[in-house]
Design a protein around this ligand. Structure first.
Ligand SMILES: *Cc1c(COP(=O)(O)O)cnc(C)c1O
Length: 403
């Protein structure tokens, strides 16, 4: 029988079956994606949020097979680099796209202008001016949402304030005011509205409260500058709590709150762009325990692979939830090393003490050869191994000859 840590870690028969088969083929470590789970999850999100538009931020996971499922349920995809743009265009040529992200190069903006990108999320005044010049040079008009960095307090009344802090993302409200003053002179761009992505890890009430703040600010901004505003994108950031895998973001509650907000702001189009909360639960990193050892009083399980495959626990500093699938496939002629009712730290094969997937987690039973299935590995997991994150080009490498 499988055991789960924590014990509300979900596991479908489809994933278990795939893991058994991979184990028998000795094809671990592996990523297992449950496309049926993803499809049902997206259908539930859409059913809960009929009155808002939904984009998906593909930086969470650009796997084409996932995007194909997600694309059936969303209004478009948000890409944040030229690499992501080219990737989506090669797999989903007709998908409506928004182009966001900091540090867009002229080459990337030019590629976007040639690729029928529907919306540009403009990160700075300089970027607005460059986009305008590039669009005019091509006889185009780029539809823009200005990304702003505002303070927004979540509903829970915690002291925590989201946004409004120094950040490389978006414009300060004063810079957005300057941009508004320039818009009428920039014939290469057309103002559609405001974009903000201020926080992550918010529950449904907090997430809707942040959206309300953004909408209120955007309305006042448009009125003050006499701009016709058609839409507001309130970003992503819906919570994924790795400590409680069974407690999924309450999309039904969020949808109700957002429906009220959307009606209050009619006929404005209100849009969200979740990433993590879309695909996190549909992906699994399956690996095998290669060695078990006690080191100065603590148990370590060395697993095949590691944080170069599953960077999430290292990046966020949490214990990745997991299930253990006992396997006797790796039996040797000597007794298998086993721990019973002990806390175990699960690490990978990298020669660095930072290669930790889960620390001091109590397990009833774990043996060398067992299969470990790390849950919630469908977003910001394999793809955030840094050279792959956001699909930017790799650096040039040069060797200056010794003289
Ligand atoms: C990363 C990102 C998102 C998605 O955030 P999640 O926390 O994964 O939902 C949405 N919008 C922008 C601009 C982002 O950078």
């Amino acid at each position: 029988m499988t055991a789960r840590f924590p014990d509300d870690t979900p596991l479908t028969e489809a994933v278990l079956g795939a893991a058994r088969e991979l184990s028998e083929r000795d094809a671990l470590p592996a990523y297992v994606y449950d496309l049926g789970h993803l499809d049902a999850h997206l259908a539930a999100i859409r059913a809960a949020c009929p009155e808002i538009e939904v984009l998906h931020a593909i930086k969470a996971n650009p796997e084409p097979a996932l995007l194909a499922v997600i694309a059936r349920h969303v209004d478009g995809l948000e890409v944040a680099s030229g690499g992501e743009l080219a990737h989506v265009r090669s797999h989903l040529p007709d998908m409506p796209l928004a182009f966001g992200g900091p540090g867009k190069t002229d080459a990337e903006l030019a590629a976007a202008l040639g690729a029928d990108v529907r919306r540009y999320h403009v990160e700075s005044l300089h970027e607005l001016r460059r986009l305008d010049a590039l669009a005019r040079a091509r006889g185009r008009v780029a539809p823009v949402l200005l990304r702003v960095n505002l303070p927004a307090a979540p509903a829970s009344g915690t002291a925590l304030t989201m946004g409004g802090l120094p950040s490389p993302f978006g414009m300060d409200p004063t810079e957005a005011d300057t941009a508004a003053g320039e818009l009428s002179g920039l014939s290469g761009v057309r103002f559609l509205g405001i974009h903000a992505h201020l926080a992550s890890g918010l529950d449904s009430a907090d997430c809707a409260a942040v959206a309300e703040t953004i909408l209120g600010w955007a309305n006042r901004y448009a009125r003050r500058h006499k701009l016709e505003m058609l839409e507001v994108n309130v970003g992503g950031g819906m919570a994924v709590d790795y400590r409680y895998p069974g407690q999924v973001f309450d999309w039904a509650d969020y949808g109700r709150r957002m429906a009220n907000l959307t009606r209050a702001h009619a006929p404005l189009t209100v849009r969200i762009e979740p990433g993590r909360a879309v695909s996190a639960y549909s992906g699994w990193y399956a690996t095998r325990v290669l060695d078990l050892k006690r080191s100065h009083g603590e148990w370590f399980a060395v697993c095949a692979g590691g944080t170069h495959h599953l960077r999430t626990p290292a990046a966020k500093g949490h214990d990745q939830p997991f299930a253990v699938l006992p396997s006797s496939q790796w039996a040797n002629s000597w007794p298998r090393q086993t721990v019973t009712k002990e806390a175990v730290t699960l690490v990978g094969q990298l020669c660095t003490p930072k290669d930790v997937l889960a620390r001091s987690v109590p397990v009833p039973h774990l043996s060398v050869g067992d299969v470990v299935l790390f849950a919630m590995s469908g977003a910001y997991a394999y793809n955030i191994s840094h050279h792959g994150f956001l699909m930017h080009p790799t650096p040039t490498v040069v060797f200056v000859p010794s003289s």
